[in-house]
Design a protein around this ligand. Structure first.
Ligand SMILES: Nc1ncnc2c1ncn2[C@@H]1O[C@H](COP(=O)(O)OP(=O)(O)OP(=O)(O)O)[C@@H](O)[C@H]1O
Ligand SMILES: [Mg+2]
Length: 189
């Protein structure tokens, strides 16, 4: 299973649209897809009809429990771990724990490796602990940058923020293992 994090610290740039549509396109091509909604706004969950409180996801990550019981099947054929507004507590709670950035990665590593071809992570519009956790867990980072509103500056800002993460050991390992891909907009935005 390849893990793909869809990230940008900017809001409303199409992260969720990319995560959901890419998941749907891959399902149509016969791939088995799990989408993990990491945004307390829960846009992907609502879109896929799997809205949740988000509390179970926080507890699972903090308690080092299995994510598998949280997986639901959706009418789209995409399997979903839904999110909700209470997931906003994850940053505060995991931020107070040593190695909190690794909780998500550890939970993902316990998922059955052959059950899905791809795991898509839909991140919130912030480079907070949740997004950093997604980058730590991901094999591939998919940055979503709109064409308008200074896209080159947005790319550069993202690059600078991500390179700031390279100051500690685990973050360097993140940069060496994550393959950074920028997804160009294919439609006017
Ligand atoms: N390629 C595109 N062309 C035109 N509109 C788009 C495109 N991608 C997304 N949108 C629209 O842009 C809006 C924001 O998209 P989306 O919710 O996916 O962004 P987001 O980055 O996930 O937002 P947030 O940061 O709040 O989570 C939506 O109305 C969506 O329909
Ligand atoms: Mg979104």
């Amino acid at each position: 299973m390849k893990t793909v994090a869809v990230v940008n610290h900017k809001g409303g740039v199409g992260k969720t649209t990319t995560a959901v549509c890419l998941s749907g396109a891959l399902v149509k091509r016969g791939k088995r897809i799990l989408l993990l909604d990491l945004d307390p706004q829960a846009s992907a969950s609502k879109w896929l009809e799997g809205d949740d409180t988000g509390r179970a996801l926080v507890d699972t990550l903090l308690d080092d429990s299995d994510l598998l019981p949280l997986v639901c099947q959706t009418p789209s054929g995409i399997d979903l771990i839904p999110c909700g507004v209470q997931f906003a507590g994850f940053d505060r709670d995991a931020g107070g724990e040593p190695g909190g950035e690794f909780f998500l990665r550890q939970a993902i590593e316990r998922l059955p490796a052959d059950a899905w071809d791809f795991l898509l992570l839909d991140c919130p519009p912030s480079l907070n602990l949740t997004s950093v956790s997604a980058l730590v867990a991901a094999d591939v980072m998919l940055g979503r940058f709109p064409k308008k509103n200074f896209p080159h500056q947005a790319v550069e800002a993202g690059r600078i923020r991500i390179s700031h993460l390279g100051n500690s050991g685990w973050r360097s390992s993140l940069l060496s293992t994550a393959r950074i891909a920028f997804l160009p907009s294919v439609m006017p935005f």
